[in-house]
Design a protein around this ligand. Structure first.
Ligand SMILES: *Cc1c(COP(=O)(O)O)cnc(C)c1O
Length: 380
């Protein structure tokens, strides 16, 4: 079955589009909703800088809402606190795979007549009250980057509920979507093979450092180009997925059950071990059924923990380093006022995360727990 069809069947959503990256799906959705200069879009002040960028390219102003520390997600209350008269749409992000509390959010957004777009880049298979993330909003976008719920090398998917919006996106992609050339196709096939071959728990830190070094010099296809970090839009931004990536996606979907089971097993282990070691474990209300893409832990000494992890070669992640990841993003250039989302800023200072992906065997999870107990101090 084609990748689009597998996604369609899994999510029960009629319209599926494939792109070079998740952010491109968001861009297409915003553009085809007719949003542009003079419009505001609400989004969490705890996301990746590529999310506001997709809006800003269209002249849209990003407006940030704070998160609830329990779920790391926006709520109806934080959205209400930040909404502006020009707000035309809302992006809700299921951070780390934890679903947003969708009932109150949808009630709030309906009351204001605002369409909801779900950022599912970190959530595939997570459920809220039994329903899958990605099935609540007018549209949802997903990422197939290396560290996401499953990888298509790089890549992104967009699902859309409404037929008229889907038709606009179809027209836009037929008109403007750039088909990846032979060079990019080959590069990505190579990268997928290298990733499969080189990345092990012991090598991951070094492989990631090498990959960052290469992609900064445009010698490898990275998730963001140098231009994008500098706030410029590359000419080939609106690019499609390669056929090889789509085939990888279809293969990943065949083993989705194992993928999710593995993530749940490791998350249960971390969730069991961390409180015993004095760390506050995520306590979610009934009805929240996350598939953690990474398991968040709040620590008082994030910088030291990340340094020690590099030194000892253990895979501790840093999402998110800033209200607009990565660290060093010029927040004000993105319309974020320092202090605007205090809970998000605190989360960025305190949160490190543990892997749950299939290349983390239970023995490695134990090594990670030993590392955390040795080096991390629980956040106060
Ligand atoms: C990774 C990520 C994105 C962007 O995905 P790309 O495929 O790299 O464009 C967007 N939102 C969140 C929350 C992410 O983690």
């Amino acid at each position: 079955m084609r990748f689009e069809d597998v996604i369609r069947r899994f999510l029960g959503s009629e319209h599926v589009f494939l792109f070079s990256r998740g952010r491109v799906g968001l861009y297409a959705a915003l553009r085809c909703m007719g949003l542009g200069a003079g419009d505001d879009v609400l989004m969490p002040g705890y996301t990746c800088m590529v999310v506001p960028t997709a809006a800003m390219i269209l002249g849209i102003r990003p407006v940030y809402a704070d998160i609830d520390p329990a779920t790391q997600n926006v709520t109806a209350q934080t959205l209400e606190q930040s909404v502006t008269p020009n707000t035309k749409a809302v992006i809700v992000q299921h951070t780390h795979g934890i679903p947003c509390g969708m009932d109150p959010i949808l009630e709030w957004s309906r009351g204001r007549g605002l369409p909801v777009i779900e950022d599912c880049c970190l959530a595939f298979g997570s459920r809220y009250k039994g329903a899958l993330c990605g099935t609540f909003g007018a549209a949802a976008y997903f990422s197939g980057q290396w560290n996401k719920p499953f990888s298509t090398g790089l890549g992104g998917m967009l699902t859309v509920r409404d037929g008229a919006l889907a038709q606009k996106i179809r027209d836009l992609t037929e008109r403007e979507l750039i088909r990846p050339g032979a060079g990019r196709r080959l590069l990505i096939v190579l990268q997928i093979a290298l990733h499969e071959w080189l990345v092990t728990p012991r090598t991951v830190q070094r492989v990631q450092a090498a990959y960052r070094w290469l992609s900064k010099r445009n010698l490898a296809a990275g998730s963001s180009t140098r231009e994008e970090y500098a706030g410029r839009v590359p000419a080939d931004y609106f690019m499609g997925m390669t056929p090889e990536q789509a085939r990888k996606g279809a293969r990943e979907m065949e083993r989705l059950g194992d993928n999710i089971a593995h993530r749940k097993r490791l998350a249960a282990y971390y969730g069991d071990q961390l409180p015993a070691a004095g760390f506050g474990a995520a306590r979610l209300p009934a009805g929240f059924d996350p598939v953690y893409v990474r398991y968040p832990v709040r620590v008082a000494n994030k910088r030291e923990v990340l340094q020690a992890a590099r030194r000892e070669g253990v895979e501790i992640g840093s999402w998110f380093e800033s209200p607009l990841h990565p660290e060093g993003t010029d927040l004000e250039a993105f319309g974020y006022r320092p202090g605007q989302c205090p809970e998000a800023e605190r989360a960025a200072r305190e949160t490190v995360n543990l892997p749950t992906h299939r290349k983390t065997p239970p023995s490695e999870a134990e090594r990670l727990m030993d590392f955390v107990k040795k080096h991390a101090k629980p956040a106060g």
